[in-house]
Design a protein around this ligand. Structure first.
Ligand SMILES: NC(=O)c1ccc[n+]([C@@H]2O[C@H](COP(=O)([O-])OP(=O)(O)OC[C@H]3O[C@@H](n4cnc5c(N)ncnc54)[C@H](OP(=O)(O)O)[C@@H]3O)[C@@H](O)[C@H]2O)c1
Length: 102
């Protein structure tokens, strides 16, 4: 499994989410680092994108802490089970992705 748009492309105020901010301050980490750590701890490969060297360093500095299971669960509850970028269950999207491989 690979996470595309781990930060939801910055949409939905993801970096200002109060639950993520509270957890981030508990570990003395940024919201971005908590998001990446939550994915990595679930065995998902992450490919965050940033134009900033400082954020690249921040985004790779996620291997010196671990979220406890109660925090993992709190983050899981934020999920809305909605597609916000593209719907991978729609025929049009599936065909688009299949054509990329041709
Ligand atoms: N979106 C998709 O559907 C999709 C599909 C296939 C593949 N991918 C690939 O997945 C990778 C990531 O996807 P993406 O760029 O669409 O979205 P993303 O990684 O979820 O979000 C990128 C946004 O997050 C910001 N950001 C990155 N690190 C940050 C940090 N530590 N703190 C605050 N903001 C931060 C970036 O701003 P700055 O650049 O200003 O730091 C940028 O606005 C890309 O390589 C893309 O090609 C995406």
């Amino acid at each position: 499994m690979q996470s595309w748009a781990s930060f939801a492309e910055g949409q939905n105020g993801i970096f200002d989410n109060e639950i993520l901010k509270t957890i981030a301050s508990k570990y003395n980490k940024s919201v971005a680092q908590v998001i990446l750590r939550w994915l990595i701890q679930r065995g998902i490969a992450v490919i965050p994108k940033t134009l900033s060297k400082e954020r690249m360093i921040e985004n790779i500095s996620v291997f010196d802490f671990a979220l406890v299971s109660s925090d993992m669960e709190k983050i899981a509850e934020i999920g809305k089970n909605e597609f916000i970028i593209c719907n991978h269950r729609e025929l049009e999207t599936i065909n688009f992705l299949l054509n990329l491989a041709k």
